[in-house]
Design a protein around this ligand. Structure first.
Ligand SMILES: Cc1cc2nc3c(=O)[nH]c(=O)nc-3n(C[C@H](O)[C@H](O)[C@H](O)COP(=O)(O)OP(=O)(O)OC[C@H]3O[C@@H](n4cnc5c(N)ncnc54)[C@H](O)[C@@H]3O)c2cc1C
Length: 628
């Protein structure tokens, strides 16, 4: 399968990283990501251009070890006192994702161009989840979104968030032309049944486009299960006919989609393995842990899986026409992060338009220059954020961080914590207990977004498919990348051209409460070495596509596994969470201002979207500029 080819950066250390707490904390030098990265081999390895690095990305090895030592309580045992950099800022931001970058943007708008701002981020790249993946195949540049995919429903963005996009030069109407909406229109969806789950291996095209009874007849499912799935899709019955719309919504809010199928639609439980992963892309868990109401309200973004059973339910709400899912830069919302950086430090991302940002190579050496009022310091994990004086009279905040193995401190008149909210209690242990408890409630959803650069996509063309649903396999979903050409970037529209494949895995443990599934999933994600991901990628692609002439060993040019241990912000769910009054929600209690410290990040809205990250940055900055 080509496992030994020198095409990727292999990571031999990441499997060990998760056990760092158990191994004990040796010295700060052990937490220098640069040193650890050096021991990998193969593939894109230009460390001055992080988007071009392949192999294990996202939460890359070495980027989270300091934070985990802090969590495990053994960081300060040997850390000593921080070295004073004697740097002082008007604002220090912890977290260089969209929220942290937007906080700097809002603060500078208020305080003027000479205001001094420092942004700290633990990764070797900025953007947080909004990360860029680059590949070069046969001299051709291929881009993809390492995490944050698209500007979802831009018309629903707040005025503040819409103004930010406008200021950055993002015209969403451009995507109506840039997104090639008909390129894949003749290509459909296939379902891959693996023998371990379904008894027989079979690849069945025509999912969702062939009438269900006809499609299901080709599937390796028992006859009774085929009839049941066909019934669920076909009978259009109001299964709760005695209830009003509101009562039906209330009932569906309290039952999982799995429960809805078996208890309300009275389907044979044998149908469940077929539907199990329908919810993975949006919720990172299966249908056992997502309410039927959520499934009804949020059909998936890729249009691959259409939830069965709701059509005759008369649940209302169908009249709202959703915006198309086309607001996608070739590198996803990394372009928004790059445009924000351009607006803050123009030399770092040259150019002027939403088109030219796509192919501009960022100059990482310009991010942290003493001559610049705004600085972005990467590979720097904040470990302590405190008022040196009593909070009522404090005039500044001290922020300690570890950069390449050295513990340092800076001072800021204000601080915005735009990092994961569950990290905040470790940074500010003096916060009130109730607030810390609320911050800990957010258990972020783990995701693995893998991108595989392939030399051509003729196998997909031959099979007449653009995406594959694979409910029992290691990756539950595979698709050709979003077809977007913008500025000088041209999407590979010919099947003979190289292409990027997206493969999704959301490790979880069906049957457990949702947040426990995320904790277990995160453990799996962090303890899986790159070699195991790679083997599964190669094996699964071969099993699905070899009959159409695909060969992993020959056709894979590069692999980037973006593992997001702390992915989507936790969104409250009617199945597992109490129904709080708005001001009693943990995100609201948790984000309360604490003197010169305010809290941002999409976690602070319990909403896993770019606009939430921007809105929370705005609120946090407003707190500081009004309160200071
Ligand atoms: C795989 C994936 C796909 C997504 N797709 C979409 C999409 O299509 N559309 C959409 O709107 N949203 C999407 N999201 C949601 C996305 O999280 C938000 O859109 C937004 O980018 C979150 O930004 P943020 O700045 O709040 O958080 P983050 O992006 O998580 O940024 C926080 C940053 O803080 C850093 N940090 C944490 N602790 C510390 C510390 N102690 N010191 C220094 N730095 C620290 C983190 O490493 C990170 O870089 C997606 C998320 C994921 C994971």
């Amino acid at each position: 399968m080509g496992m030994n080819r020198r095409i990727t950066r292999r990571d031999f250390l990441n499997g060990v990283a998760v056990g760092i707490g158990a191994l004990g904390y040796a010295s700060l030098n052990d937490f220098a990501p640069g040193l650890q990265n050096a021991s990998r081999v193969g593939g894109g390895s230009d460390k001055t251009d992080p988007p071009a690095l392949t192999g294990m990305r996202g939460s890359a090895p070495g980027s989270f070890d300091v934070a985990h030592a802090l969590r495990d309580g053994n960081f300060w045992e040997t850390a000593g006192a921080p070295a004073d950099t004697h740097e002082t800022y008007d604002l220090v931001v912890v977290g260089g994702g969209i929220s942290g970058l937007a906080a700097a943007y809002f603060f500078r708008k208020h305080a003027g161009n000479s205001s001094r701002i420092l942004i700290l981020d633990n990764n070797d790249d900025f953007g947080g989840h909004a990360r860029r993946n680059e590949f070069r195949v046969g001299g051709r540049l291929l881009l993809s979104n390492g995490g944050t995919q698209s500007i979802e429903s831009p018309s629903e963005y707040s005025d503040v968030a819409q103004r930010v996009l406008q200021d950055l030069g993002v015209q969403t109407k451009t995507f109506y032309k840039a997104y090639h909406q008909t390129l894949y229109s003749h290509l459909g969806t296939a379902c891959f049944f693996d023998k371990e789950t379904f008894g027989q291996e079979r690849f069945v095209p025509g999912m969702g486009s062939t009438p269900w009874p006809e499609f299901l007849k080709k599937c390796p499912l028992p006859g009774k299960v085929q009839l049941e799935i066909a019934r669920l899709y076909g009978e259009k019955k109001n299964y709760l006919s005695g209830l009003s719309k509101e009562e039906k919504h209330a009932r569906l809010a309290k039952i999982s989609y799995a429960g809805f199928l078996t208890e309300i639609c009275k389907a044979d439980p044998g149908v469940l393995p077929f539907f199990q992963t329908y919810t993975h892309d949006l919720y990172a868990v299966g249908i056992d842990a997502v309410s039927a109401l959520a499934c009804y309200r949020n059909p998936d973004d890729y249009g691959a899986c259409h939830y069965a059973g709701f059509e005759g339910m008369d649940l209302g709400g169908d009249e709202e026409k959703e915006e198309p899912y086309i607001f996608h830069f070739p590198d996803g919302n990394a372009s928004i992060a790059r445009l924000l950086v351009r607006s803050l430090i123009s030399e770092a991302v040259s150019g002027h338009t939403m088109e030219d940002v796509v192919t501009t190579r960022a100059d990482y050496s310009k991010l942290d220059q003493s001559s610049s009022p705004i600085r972005i310091r990467l590979n720097s994990t904040a470990v302590r954020v405190q008022h040196p004086d009593p909070i009522e009279s404090a005039k500044e905040v001290e922020v300690s961080y570890v950069q390449k193995g050295t513990l340092k401190k800076v001072k800021g008149k204000s601080c915005v914590l735009a990092c994961y909210n569950s990290m905040v209690p470790y940074l500010c242990p003096e916060l009130p207990e109730k607030q810390k408890e609320a911050l800990r409630y957010c258990v972020k959803e783990p995701f693995i977004y893998t991108h595989v650069a392939i030399r051509n996509w003729t196998a997909f063309h031959k099979l007449g498919i653009r995406q594959i649903v694979s409910p029992g396999s290691y990756h539950s979903f595979t698709m050709l990348d979003f077809p977007v050409s913008l500025g000088a970037y041209q999407f590979p529209s010919n099947p003979q051209e190289p292409m990027v494949l997206f493969m999704l895995r959301t490790p979880c443990k069906p049957g457990l409460p949702r947040r426990d599934q995320y904790r277990m999933g995160r453990f799996e994600l962090l303890s899986t070495p790159f070699s195991e991901f790679e083997l599964n990628i190669r094996e699964q692609l071969n099993r699905m596509l070899t009959p159409a002439g695909f060969d992993s060993a020959r056709d894979i040019a590069a692999i980037t596994v973006n593992r997001w241990a702390h992915g989507y912000a936790y969104e409250y769910d009617s199945l597992f969470d109490p129904h709080w009054a708005p001001e009693e929600r943990p995100c609201v209690i948790g984000r309360k201002q604490f003197g010169r410290i305010s809290i941002a990040n999409s976690d602070a809205a319990a909403s896993a979207y770019t606009n939430a990250a921007i809105d929370q940055a705005y609120r946090a900055v407003q707190e500081q500029v009004k309160g200071v």
